[in-house]
Design a protein around this ligand. Structure first.
Ligand SMILES: Nc1ncnc2c1ncn2[C@@H]1O[C@H](COP(=O)(O)OP(=O)(O)OP(=O)(O)O)[C@@H](O)[C@H]1O
Length: 295
């Protein structure tokens, strides 16, 4: 039997004047899971997360933690890494950690937290002097300062360079391996594929697909996508039924790459700029919505 959700969104709706930011979202996050809300800017991810965090109240619908409405025990059991947290000026990393720790009755072991988030070398540094990656590590440490069961991460790697992003992913994996439940938002499909064991793809305030990333992609696509520049296909020739014309490419969906290549050769199509890819969440998003995730 599947574990009961630790936190659950039940038919969440959030309306602002003139815009329905969240339009009836329901999902559950089980203990120990890393669950991702994946979608483009403006999809409603942050608004959803803030309703789950108890920071915004839903217009209709409910959030349940361990099957009950959010209460003081919930606030003590969660940690939040906001997209932008204002850190106090003239404060060092060590002082910022101590200040946030002083807000809680129960706290994580300070030395362990410093080691986990790799803060030892920057403890005395002014928080205004941190690199993007260092700042995110401090914000994660602050989110973990009360040793929470459930951690919310709102676009934790947006704005980081690829190296810092990868380092941060390893850190999130370590946090998860320590038994924390994680709910994160992202618009990077690579991030969702690497970190999340379940994703809900959100577009215009609704979930348009949900599941384990690999299964989700596998249920909508064959094994491979063969991509040709659009100019390689003669304009007067009809496309085969397993092909789609995109902006700059023609895509062939296939379980048998060799057979597809043979067929293209037989048709005398130039194959020099051909690419073979495994379908990704990005392809799925495009298929389901007609627009790309980075829009
Ligand atoms: N306080 C608010 N007042 C009015 N509209 C809002 C408010 N907060 C969000 N919105 C609107 O609701 C929609 C969803 O916004 P939200 O920030 O939840 O999206 P998102 O998926 O998190 O995007 P991003 O990645 O840019 O943060 C957007 O159209 C946004 O402009």
């Amino acid at each position: 039997m599947e574990a009961k959700p630790l936190i659950e969104a039940v038919s969440l709706v959030k309306q602002f004047p003139g815009v329905t930011a969240v339009d009836g979202l329901s999902f559950g996050v089980r203990p120990g899971q890393c669950f991702g809300l994946l979608g483009p800017n403006g999809a409603g991810k942050t608004t959803t997360l803030e309703m789950l965090e108890g920071i915004q109240s839903p217009t209709t619908g409910a959030v349940l933690f361990r099957g009950k409405p959010l209460d003081q025990a919930f606030r003590e059991a969660i940690g939040i890494q906001f997209q932008a947290t204002a850190l106090q000026d003239f404060q060092t990393v060590g002082e910022a950690l101590a200040m946030f720790a002083s807000l809680y009755r129960r706290t994580a072991d300070r030395d362990e937290l410093i080691e986990l988030c790799n803060l030892a070398e920057i403890l005395r540094r002014d928080t205004r002097k941190l690199s993007g990656g260092q700042r995110q590590r401090l914000l994660l440490a602050i989110a973990l300062v009360n040793d929470p069961q459930l951690v919310f991460l709102d676009e934790p790697t947006t704005g980081l360079d690829p190296q810092a992003r990868r380092n941060f992913w390893s850190l999130i994996e370590t946090v998860r391996a320590r038994g924390k439940t994680i709910l994160l938002t992202t618009h990077y499909m690579e991030e969702a594929e690497r970190l999340c064991d379940e994703v809900a793809i959100v577009d215009r305030g609704r979930i348009i697909a949900q599941g384990e990333p690999g299964c989700l992609v596998g249920s909508h696509f064959p094994d491979a996508i063969v991509r040709l520049p659009a100019a390689a296909w003669p304009p007067q020739r009809a496309l085969p039924t397993n092909a789609e014309r995109r902006d700059t490419a023609i895509e062939f969906y296939t379980d048998d790459v060799a057979a597809t290549l043979e067929e293209l050769e037989r048709l005398d199509i130039p194959l020099t700029a051909l690419r073979v890819d495994r379908p990704s969440l990005e392809d799925l998003f495009l298929k389901l919505t007609g627009h790309t995730l980075r829009a």
